[in-house]
Design a protein around this ligand. Structure first.
Ligand code: OAD
Ligand code: ZN
Length: 245
């Protein structure tokens, strides 16, 4: 079976890396972006340039975020998160690179030092100009008191944005470097629940493959990278990782 093959790959590997996308969290009730009914089928993403330039875009971005956060407030790590946390604790994985901003890897017990959050973190906000940190509760209180207008930075008047990476926004340098270091030194790279269409994130499986690592793709849909993979498991992540729980 595919599970058996994946287990054999893990046993044979000295340094395995997991690379996760929104598909890891669908079993936790958080929709992904590109499946039917996914987030981008409901709303067009708000690009970074628009967020920065237009107060109306900021108001809309914050409105959406508060709706999203309220509906996923109780989300718990799923089987995939828990299996990966186990594998890491057993020393069978050397790190996790995620595109997710939902905090569920941390919630499953993965230490920060073993986790690279390529697209940032949705649990706090910062001023785009002076980098001052703001808590979401502070932003929400002001947003609501002002009737749906996003507050600006108290220190410098700059725009306050959730600490996630939007389209058109620069990638976090330190996280990119950490992901590159993990990818460069791994001999097994396991993609779980990513459509692999967003760059530069989708460049990491390619980099791993070029460096001679084995590539595994776990996704219930085909991806453009399937033909270069050593193993493709076209199934639900939770079912596939069940034996590692
Ligand atoms: P996508 O929504 O593009 O892809 C999720 C993939 O997971 C799809 O290919 C699904 O078929 C698959 N999937 C969903 N649930 C699954 C399950 N239970 N078992 C197996 N497969 C499942 O999400 P990402 O690839 O993470 O970026 O998207 C990449 C980036 O695009 C995100 O980080 C986000 C988005 O725009 C930013 O916001 C910057
Ligand atoms: Zn500021």
């Amino acid at each position: 079976t595919a599970q058996r093959e994946l287990a054999d790959f893990l046993t044979a590997a000295d340094r395995a890396v997991a690379f996760t996308g929104a598909g890891l969290s669908t079993e936790c009730g958080i929709p992904d972006f590109r499946s039917p009914g996914g987030l981008w089928s409901r709303n067009k993403p708000i690009a970074f340039g628009d967020f920065r330039a237009h107060p109306a875009a900021r108001n809309e971005a914050w409105r959406r975020k508060f709706v999203m956060d309220a509906s996923f407030a109780g989300a718990q790590p799923g089987r995939g998160h828990r299996a990966l946390a186990n594998l890491l604790a057993q020393g069978r994985l050397s790190g996790i690179i995620t595109q997710n901003i939902d905090g569920l890897h941390q919630a499953s017990g993965v230490p920060d030092m073993d986790l690279v959050e390529l697209h940032g973190n949705g649990t706090y906000a910062t001023c785009l100009d002076c980098r001052r940190r703001y808590e979401l509760g502070w932003v929400k209180t002001r947003f609501e008191a002002a009737g749906g207008i996003a507050p600006d930075c108290e220190a410098c008047g700059g725009p306050i944005k959730s600490a996630t990476i939007s389209f058109g926004q620069a990638m976090p340098e330190r996280e990119m470097a950490r992901a590159a270091a993990l990818t460069d030194t791994c001999d097994l790279f396991i993609v779980l629940g990513s459509s692999l269409v967003v760059y530069p994130a989708a460049g990491f499986p390619l980099m791993a493959r070029r460096n001679g690592a084995r590539l595994v793709i776990v996704n219930r849909q085909p991806t453009d990278f399937d033909e270069m993979a050593d193993l493709v498991v076209r199934d639900d992540i939770g079912d596939v990782l069940e034996p590692f729980l």
